[in-house]
Design a protein around this ligand. Structure first.
Ligand SMILES: Cc1cc2nc3c(=O)[nH]c(=O)nc-3n(C[C@H](O)[C@H](O)[C@H](O)COP(=O)(O)OP(=O)(O)OC[C@H]3O[C@@H](n4cnc5c(N)ncnc54)[C@H](O)[C@@H]3O)c2cc1C
Length: 400
């Protein structure tokens, strides 16, 4: 084939949390792996900065926790969520893990850290500015990918291609894998406001009539998420930016002195919330994990965690067959069997929260539903959302 040709045991499309962690784990186990990432660096728009206790546990198992926590981050031991007149403190202090907190760290710092550690292994290659454009197939089996690299076309032959290319996955599309759309009633507008002396430290959530607002402490600024009903952007814009700023000030009065930092709608980025799940995550020679297999709702902010847990399970199940060059479709099926259950349960809970809480507040009803009132009243019950967010269903551990 024209252009550069490479061969490797595994080829990973996408250098996000799933792709880089899987690359690190395979390389550490001595499996040849090449990760192809279409962007030039990891410095991109905000797409979640949470490193959950279960991911921190994996970092500990890798012997990387201390080095990771030397990078600038904020620790959130609990999350304060006000819903109408009830305040829910989601508590991580009771978790049976080494780190009883979520570390808020810019995702690019985390990804740079993982990429740097992976690069210490001779079997790891990361190709930036290299976009996967197609699959190589022989007799119905995927045997590699075609990509465009800075120096021209690139073909990578591999025993396994892993689609870790996110919610708009090209790999899953080209592999013809079908997704079940689960849907969401909302979208999120993200923007930044400065942080000032005397501001609270903890991340916050405010649920009010017709509006939901979250604020994440990113040290020098607040990363703010304003949840709107799907399709409600145009009516919101029609009311004008001053009305939007007034609404933000009403939800978080301490930022009223700086909402004028918002001068233009261009400063607000719309995240179109999409929730879906592949019916089959694999084909002969190919597997999808992370958002490529299941786009998660932003409820609970667990997408990064699930992507990393998928990567751990994939490495646990596939390292040996990859080493021994006897990877079969049954091995790939086992990855789906292992990870589909936690994905389904998490999405089911997210959909329940979307229907019973988010739609309710966006529709103007400010009465917190019974489970929230019970959790606000009984501290032990608060450990349930703390566990679901911090650890999640079926946490994965390194098998070697
Ligand atoms: C605005 C926003 C806020 C979010 N907030 C949170 C949060 O607080 N907590 C949380 O847990 N999750 C959050 N998420 C979700 C989280 O970002 C994802 O669930 C998580 O990043 C999924 O990881 P991934 O590795 O599967 O995919 P991604 O992180 O999407 O990574 C995919 C990678 O593949 C690359 N790529 C795509 N196509 C190709 C191609 N053809 N060739 C090569 N490379 C390609 C992309 O450039 C990207 O680097 C948020 C998402 C958004 C958009």
């Amino acid at each position: 084939m024209s252009g550069e040709n490479l061969s490797s045991a595994a080829c990973i499309a996408g250098g996000g949390p799933a792709g880089l962690v899987l690359g690190l784990l395979l390389a550490r186990a001595g499996v040849e792996v090449v990760v192809l990432e279409k962007h030039a660096d990891f410095l991109r728009d905000f797409r979640g900065d949470t490193i959950h206790p279960s991911t921190l546990e994996v970092m500990h198992e890798l012997g990387l926790l201390d080095a990771l926590l030397k990078l600038p981050h904020q620790k959130a031991y609990n999350l304060q969520v006000r819903m109408g007149d009830a305040t829910l403190s989601v508590d991580f202090s009771g978790l049976a893990t080494r780190c009883k907190f979520i570390a808020f760290m810019p995702q690019w710092d985390f990804l740079n850290f993982v990429a740097a550690r992976a690069s210490e292994y001779p079997t790891f290659q990361l190709r930036m500015r290299t976009a996967v454009t197609g699959l190589v197939e022989e007799g119905g089996r995927v045997t590699g990918v075609r990509a465009t690299a800075p120096d021209g076309p690139l073909t990578v032959r591999a025993d396994l291609v892993v689609g870790c290319d996110g919610r708009q996955s090209d790999v899953r599309e080209r592999a013809g894998l079908k997704a079940t759309e689960i849907g969401a009633p909302m979208d999120v507008l993200w923007f930044r406001l400065s942080r000032r002396a005397g501001d609270p430290e903890s991340p916050m959530g405010r649920f009010a009539s017709g509006a939901i607002f979250i604020m994440l402490n990113q040290d020098a600024h607040w990363q703010c998420g304003y949840v709107i009903a799907k399709g409600a952007l145009e009516p919101l814009r029609a009311k004008g930016l001053p009305a939007f700023k007034n609404s933000v000030s009403a939800l978080a009065p301490f930022v009223a002195d700086r909402v004028d930092e918002l001068r233009d709608w261009e400063q607000l980025k719309l995240l179109t919330v999409r929730v879906d799940r592949l019916e089959r995550w694999y084909r002969e020679g190919l597997l999808c994990i992370g958002d490529a297999a299941h786009a998660m709702s932003p409820v609970g902010g667990v997408g990064i965690n699930l992507a990393i847990q998928d990567a751990v399970a994939t490495a646990n199940l596939l390292t040996r067959p990859l080493h021994e060059r006897r990877l079969s479709i049954d091995d790939l099926r086992r990855v789906q069997e292992r990870r589909e259950f936690p994905t389904r349960v998490t999405q089911r809970i997210q959909v329940a929260v979307q229907r019973r809480i988010i739609s309710r507040f966006l529709g103007g009803d400010v009465t917190p539903p019974l489970p929230i009132r019970l959790m606000a009243r009984f501290p032990l019950l608060r450990r349930i959302p703390g566990w679901l967010i911090g650890i999640g269903v079926r946490p994965e551990h390194l098998s070697r």
